[in-house]
Design a binder for this molecule. Sequence first.
Ligand SMILES: Nc1nc2c(ncn2[C@@H]2O[C@H](COP(=O)(O)OP(=O)(O)OP(=O)(O)O)[C@@H](O)[C@H]2O)c(=O)[nH]1
Ligand SMILES: [Mg+2]
Length: 180
Amino acid sequence: MGVALSLLWTRFFGKEEMKLLILGLDNAGKTTILYRITMGQAVETAPTVGSNREIFEYRNLKFMLWDVGGQSSIRTSWPQYFTSARAVILVVDSCDTARLGLSRDELHRICADEALKDALLLVFANKQDVKGCMTVAQISEGLKLTNLRDRQWQIVACSALTGTGLYDGLDWLTTRLAKQ
Ligand SMILES: Nc1nc2c(ncn2[C@@H]2O[C@H](COP(=O)(O)OP(=O)(O)OP(=O)(O)O)[C@@H](O)[C@H]2O)c(=O)[nH]1
Ligand SMILES: [Mg+2]
């Protein structure tokens, strides 16, 4: 859309909502991140059956955030959410060493999907408040992020419990989305 047309569109219809997907294994902290971002606080969560959806405005951009359940039975439905997503936020539990390989497999499956070929990738290495958790470098290596060619990606350490790091990730995302 040209600049003039885009301004006209915004004037009459409001800002375009950008669809962002929050994906990751069960217990990674996706729902906690969703509500920490949209409500500014840590909320008590239960495993997500299906998905949660929230509108969020940040740095003059409007987002529709989709948080999809990560249990194995729900992961098979993830591709139903992919259409027109501008970015994937992959949440990894930095304490879950045993399932880092599973996160890697899911990530590379997501990235191979044609519907997400232009989507940005932000990895949140969550639960960094827990002592002895994996570092960003270990998670980056375990996920084989450098194998993702032709993909704009970033990994950021965060804690949904304290809020640390979440806005560093969102700043990276919004800077890139604003340029598109
Ligand atoms: N210590 C710590 N615990 C966290 C953090 N983020 C989430 N949790 C806890 O991890 C557990 C799972 O969090 P959820 O947000 O429900 O996880 P989810 O990824 O949405 O899980 P599913 O809905 O099953 O896919 C909860 O007990 C959270 O309180 C964090 O940054 N630090
Ligand atoms: Mg959840």
